[in-house]
Design a protein around this ligand. Structure first.
Ligand code: IMP
Length: 174
């Protein structure tokens, strides 16, 4: 059986998510929060994060596609599936798996801004600073990582490896 190299363990992820959840709960105390989970990559992070947010949360899903089958962005971001409810006048927390070039999240923020929310903030599990072409503020960041293609904990390579419980590194030939 293939076991990828572990970059961030299950335990490290869980501890970091507790800290992020606490900070989010404090920031939005006594306010309503719409969490927008960016599919598919953020689904595990988002599920674990909202369990640590001590507030009433309205959960939405959105699907954006920027990568094809490979490890490089196509440079195009397409909205494949939109949220179902209105976000006008709401506090939005976008939950993303990884900010790489920043194009996906910049496009999403631009799209949501047109819908007049009260606020938009971003939680991202991972950030690759060396790859940024479109800088965005990450309000709640899990981990900064080197320029390696990572898999697991929701992140895929060509649709595979999402089920790994940790963040692993994709090695050539796998
Ligand atoms: P960006 O638009 O370049 O910031 O790319 C963001 C999207 O690309 C993420 O939501 C992921 O779906 C995907 N992505 C970028 N880097 C990786 C990686 O190392 N592993 C898996 N997916 C990645």
């Amino acid at each position: 059986m293939y076991t990828p190299e572990v970059l961030i363990s299950e335990e490290e992820i869980a501890l970091r998510i507790e800290v992020l959840g606490e900070a989010i709960s404090k920031e939005y105390a006594n306010q309503e929060l719409v969490v927008i989970c960016v599919l598919k990559g953020a689904f595990i992070f988002c599920a674990d994060l909202i369990k640590k947010i001590n507030l009433p949360v309205k959960l939405e899903f959105i699907t954006l596609a920027s990568y094809g089958e490979g490890t490089q962005s196509s440079g195009n971001v397409k909205l494949e599936m939109d949220v179902t409810g209105s976000v006008e006048g709401r506090n939005i927390l976008i939950v993303e798996d990884i900010v790489d070039s920043g194009l996906t999240i910049k496009t999403l923020i631009g799209l949501l801004e047109q819908r007049n929310p009260k606020s938009i903030k971003l939680a991202s599990l991972l950030f690759k600073p060396s790859k940024v072409k479109h800088p965005v503020d990450i309000d709640y960041l899990g981990f900064e990582i080197e320029d390696k293609f990572v898999i697991g904990y929701g992140l895929d390579y060509a649709g595979r490896y999402r089920e790994l419980p940790y963040i692993g590194v994709l090695n050539a030939g796998q």
